[in-house]
Design a protein around this ligand. Sequence first.
Ligand SMILES: [Zn+2]
Length: 211
Amino acid sequence: MGGFGSGRGQGGKDTTSAMQTLDIRRLQRDGLLDPGRAFGWQWTRNGEQVASIQIRTEVDRVMLSYRSRNNGGEWQPMEYPVDLEWTPCHLGGRRAWFRCPASGCGRRVAILYGGTIFACRHCYHLVYESQREAEDDRARRLAEKIRRRLGWPAGIANPDGGKPKGMHWRTFERLTAAHDAWAEASLAGVVKWLASMQRRQRGVCDGAGGW
Ligand SMILES: [Zn+2]
C-alpha cells in the first residue's frame, strides 16, 4: 500500500490541516462503531462536499471504501480494513483507537489523515516534511536564480540590490516581482509548517492512555 500522499497533486500546498481527517472519538461519540453498521462520511469546505468515504463496521475493525486517484489519473477503488483497539477509561467504559493501516506502522492513534490512503500523522509527517522541503527549496532556488541574474547578493534574507546597468526597466520590474513571489513562497512554506506542527502538538495530549 505504498505511495500514500502522492494523490495530493503537484501543486502541493496542503498541510495536514487541509487533509481529510477521520477522528475515532467523533465516531465513537456518535455511536457509529458498533459492529454491523454501514454509513457514509463526508468532508465539506464552504458548504460543498470535497470528499466522502463509506465505512462498514465489523468486530474490532472498520472497512474503509472510497475512490482515489493520483495526480489526475484514473480513479481507483480503494477498500481496506483498519483495526480498532480499545482501552479502558478511568471512569469506566472504553475508548476506541485506530491502528494505522499504513504498512509497517500500526500505531495506535485517534486520528487518521486521508490522502491516497488513510494513515496516521507520523506516517504523513515523513511525506509532508520531505514534500515541504522540496517545494520550499524550489521556490528558494528560483528566487536565487533571479538574484544572480540581477547581480544581487546571494541569499533571500539579504537586502535587494538595484537595477543592473543596461537592463530594461520592464525586465527589471518583471524579475523583481517574480523574485518577491518566490522568496515569499519559500518563507510562507516555513510559516505554514510551523503552524501545522503547533496544531499537531496540541493534539498529542488530549487523550488518556497515550497514542
Ligand atoms: Zn502510521
